[in-house]
Design a binder for this molecule. Sequence first.
Ligand code: T3D
Length: 263
Amino acid sequence: MAYETITFAAAERVATVTLNRPDKLNAFTATMHEELRKALAEIQSNAEIRAAVITGAGRGFCAGQDLQEVSPSAADASRDLGQRLDRGYNRLVRTLRNLPKPVVAAVNGVAAGAGANVALACDIVIAARSASFIQAFARIGLVPDSGGSFSLPRRIGLARATALLMTGDALPAERAADWGLIWAAVDDDKCLAEAQALAKRLADGPGLALGLIKRLMNASGTNSLDQQLDLERDFQRLAGMSADYREGVAAFREKRKANFAVR
Ligand code: T3D
């Protein structure tokens, strides 16, 4: 499929989606939302694809909403940002969180506003050492969206989350890793390769179990311990009946590497 604002490539069961408006630091437009929806639908439905990487072209990951595409107005229902969120970012974040396949963000450069929070909606975030995360919303008189007010306090605590959200200060990648906001900060020239290698490992892993782990992580944000224990029991029941579990135990007993991907 030909895209205008993203590129899509698949190799070795890993899809790589690249936000591709480098002159504008890959800021989101309506077309980019539409194209991402198509790309994620392809990742969801194509059984040959078992994991995905999202990255950005050029020196940035994504600068959030394209501010040339918006037209702030005092009172105009047609410019209702809530409606825009429902149609765009909320849909995108829900799709990423509900995709039953692992998604790795390769944050190659600055990630600002919705760009930062879409990265954080991926399952694992690897960032280039020179990258930074900017909750830019308050800088332009907005509140956080795309799940930032959900994910930040849970990952780094209220004190740090509130300060980042209120000041809009840039959080460098290494500090983001130290604080537990992301998985790792790596050398700039290794960011995409490391993300793809990790995605390949996941693509070769036990797909059912990885999809269920993702659902456990989603639920752990709001579940009580009792609810989470019940969910773990239900999912373990499913995983325990899988061919992957049989293969995993057989491989352990035979002292070899499990071969999940052959099925
Ligand atoms: O409307 C809705 O749907 C509501 C939802 C909102 C969600 C949001 O994401 S709100 C937050 C929007 N994003 C921002 O406020 C960030 C704006 N960008 C910046 O603050 C800076 O660009 C950065 C801190 C990210 C990077 O700074 P720097 O100095 O490295 O780069 P730059 O020179 O500012 O940007 C390079 C080019 O990208 C430049 O274009 P030009 O002048 O060379 O033609 C700049 O205008 C463009 N650019 C950067 N961010 C955006 C953008 N163009 C459009 N929209 C952007 N968000």
